[in-house]
Design a protein around this ligand. Sequence first.
Ligand SMILES: *Cc1c(COP(=O)(O)O)cnc(C)c1O
Length: 461
Amino acid sequence: MAHRNYPHEDDISPLFSRKAEARRHQGHSLPKHGMLADTAYQVIHDEVMLDGNSRLNLATFVGTWMEPYAQRLYADTVDKNLIDKDEYPATAAIEERCWRILADLWHAPSAKDALGTSTVGSSEASMLAGLAMKRRWQAARRAAGKPTDRPNLVMSSAVQVCWEKFANYFDVEPRYVPITDEHPVFDGHELERYVDENTIGVVAIMGVTYTGAYEPVAQIAGALDRLQLASGVDVPIHVDAASGGFVAPFLQPDLPWDFRVPRVVSINASGHKYGLVFPGVGWVVWREVEAVPKDMIFTVAYLGGEMPTLAINFSRPGAQVLLQYYNFLRLGFDGFTEVQQASQDVAHYLSGAIAKMSAFELLSDGSDIPVFAWRQRAGHTDKWDLHDLSDQLRQRGWMVPAYPLPDNLTDRTVQRIVVRDGLSMDLAERLLSAIRDSVRYLDGLSAPMPKEGRQHGAFHH
Ligand SMILES: *Cc1c(COP(=O)(O)O)cnc(C)c1O
């Protein structure tokens, strides 16, 4: 090898001065030439430094922390496509084990007769559950010689956006029951004004995204029982337990919200919320196989035979499903209880401290899922509102959204914190200091905060 008496550019290659790094990369067309792997890594790694820190993102319900062994399993299994059941029969078997565990946890009369599937999240799960209700209603109407062209779905005005999407994409009329001061959660009152023979189902939410509150599923079922006695209309309930499905079994084990309520036909939950997995997995379970019309089921090759599948997506990551199973094995019932209790303890600690501040009034305290919301106390000040507080907290690194409540309380702005695994008591204490500092700063302003051009904290439905 020729000896060089001066260092060559490529031998030292200081990352931020070599050709590729010194270029700009933000075009909207494919670059003509490639770059070194470590340069590409650095470019992208550096750009996303500008994102918020996910652990300080108190807007999201979705997992932002898993322990190192879970991360190792994730790295080991990123290459698995969940749909390749024939090629990855062990992963397929684990997926089925997971939804049967959930069927059992949610008190299906027989986990053997239940049917379920993993999905990419609760949104896909709710599409499948909604579609099954629509198809079942259509079949019954057709059998009775009645028209099937005007299906409707009854739910709270506080539903997550996935139900608006379901109604839109699958041509179902959404009927929203407004929340009010008298009925801050959908509780089945005046249901007869909304439900009729064209109602394919009623959605009840375990963990309303705005406040974290549970809707009283058994009470809603009672209202539907009375309605059936009076009118003969028999309407099933689907429970959207995106968050609560992984909380209620552990923190409120005696609350009958699941298949213990006979009218509940299906339940969805997000594995990537309180199922404690990184983004990309949800679950839907039906009480019994018969609840899903056969025409929704497709088959894929599996161990030389066929396996029924039920999904909107085809290819999907298998790793998230394996991580869900990791959590089931790693934590067990007791471990899940401990983790969720720890989050609720933090939620109670934070909501208790915020309740004591004269600027605020609590709407919920984290006693259902570990999520709580508050509003500004009437008459506290005209100088600032919760959007200003959200901006102040953002400047201190914390993301705590402020947003209006849904109909009929849209004139009311609230702020919400989602406490997840990973928000420790220590961090919560730092957050409280940031809230106190922000309020002190805002209260001390000599003039009101300008309303023009301020940033709004993102609200995660
Ligand atoms: C988050 C959420 C959804 C949507 O779930 P994804 O897993 O994000 O698709 C649906 N319903 C409720 C109540 C939620 O909180």
